[in-house]
Design a protein around this ligand. Sequence first.
Ligand SMILES: [Zn+2]
Length: 672
Amino acid sequence: MCNSLTCKGHTHFHPKGKLPSTYTVEAQKHQRQILPLADKRDFEEAHHGFIAVPDYKVIKNDKGGIAWDLGRYDFLLQGQDFDSIHPSLQRQAILNLDFGLFEVVPGIYQVRGFDLAVISFIKGKTGWIIIDPLTVKETSRAALKFVNEKLGYRPVVAVIISHSHADHFGGIRGVVSDEDLRAGKVQIIAPKGFMREAISENLYAGNAMMRRKVYTYGDALPASPFGHVDMAIGKNVAVGDVGILPPTRVIMEPLEEVEIDGVHMVFQNTPGTEAPAEMNTWFSDFNALWLAENVVAGLHNVLTLRGAQVRDTLAWAKYINITLYKWGDQAKVLFQSHNWPRWGTERIQEVLRGERDMYANLNNQVLNLANNGVTINEVHNVYEPPQSLQNQWFARGYHGTYEHNSRAVIQRYLGFWDCNPATLLPLSPQDAAPLYVEMMGGADKIMPKGRELYDQGKYREAQEILNKLVYAEPQNQAAKDLLADVWEQLGYQAEGAGLRNIYLVGAKELRDGIIPVAAAKTGSPDFVRGTSTEMFLDYLAIMVDTKKAEGLQFKINLVTPDNGEKFVIEMSNATLTSLAGYAAPDADLTITIDRSELEDVMIGAAKLVDKVKAGKAKLEGNIQVLEQLKATLVAFDPFFEILPGTKPAAAPAGKPGKEEVFEDDAPVVKEP
Ligand SMILES: [Zn+2]
């Protein structure tokens, strides 16, 4: 009943795909023996308070495409154990399919499974207080409609954004209209630093992050037992435009009490935890504790593999501890922005205590090892979380893994270097690999050895030598195919959803080359409006190619009268810098334009020259410097090559040409 591509009724989506090897099958069997499968509380909790499912599983976006499709994961619900999925990850993937409308406690409701995150609804005296309106407007709008249908229509009176990640605010326009905002009918509440962090995290390294997200979120994979199964904190991210609206009230204090529509809340800012701007909330009327994304069902990322700054495990553990001691003995329910809630004081304390210890142990034990000489290049093979944590489902490595998080802790404290002189300034992989391959005796020696290691189930060993060969010979498709086979088995065996996706997308790109995919985008007008002029100028400076700027020297004053800002922009030493609050007396050019008009230029809806012609902007001085600046800017390729020899000969459709900030239609703020 099994052939090379099909087993138990499931066919691999790729003609070059491989089924799980006997080693992978054995590894999964072993996991089923050691995992705490008898503890089924998560299944009860994930279904507790169930009210209804919608009569659809697909949500279309406004452009006619598919924003969300939960039906594509139905294969997980047939009661089958897949050997191509780590049993623990498959369990999480099934739990995340318990979707629909749920009552958390009377007066608090959640819609789960409409996007990566969960959207929550608190019943106020007159309307809904919404927490975290998902990634795109289509999914949040559908969730609000569903809630109103099932629980009775209520207007939205407030939106609380728990933190600065797009899956928690991007869909805000699906639940809030400009009209209601202008009329003051709805408040938007966010933690200290929200706008700055929400924009900047997606801006400066945005193009690289977006490309890396294709790997970590598995955007390039079809849903399949051999492909995408889950993202640990939800199924996946909806596809569409990410919006953002500035808060009407920012929570500035460590603890701040607010009452909205008769609901009393105590906000607890937790900066530097799961996000740089994040807050927990205590709902005293309901004895309900909201943990934002500081607690989820599983270990979170200390370092997000799509790319982000390393998070602070110690601060994270301390904030959970404060929450535990402050409200842990009163809370009747613990709910958060991903996965499902926990009920009862004993269970809540168990989860909070365990999650605190999980981050604290990562911090303490990894530094304990580092202080004994274990390096960033070894720690993932050395560090092991305590057995008592491994036995708790909420501490398993689904989104973050203990392996990559342990490296992240060292990265935070000691940096990337292991203190071996040979690794401080190594050759680039493409320059080192040919030497290795030559010394190993060439492809004719490496391929049989690689196959032998693959046949023995020694996948990480096989990866070591095949990766060198692929770098040395990017056009060697047989080598790329064998490395893809190796990564596929590593992906099947990975408990972490991101890890699985990374291996499987790597395999797919080695087999097919790069194929552009649709994803959530943050280049929307909302995002540009949220970008401060200072951040915009910072990003402009990142777009300058130093080699093209060699020898240039100029100063530009930028004045935006409507918001009273001014900047001096200087090109010097082939480097663009800007300084807020200053003007150069000897500037080559002064640009005067209202910030509201500048936004059209930033979005790409207008060109600066047209603004000048229309009398909306004034240029005084040498306008040639604008041309000079323009000539130094480069476009970022959203599908740049990660693995050697995977770039198609022709550029993929939709790839923008040269990005010309002051002239072209291309928006400056690109999707992340
Ligand atoms: Zn999230």
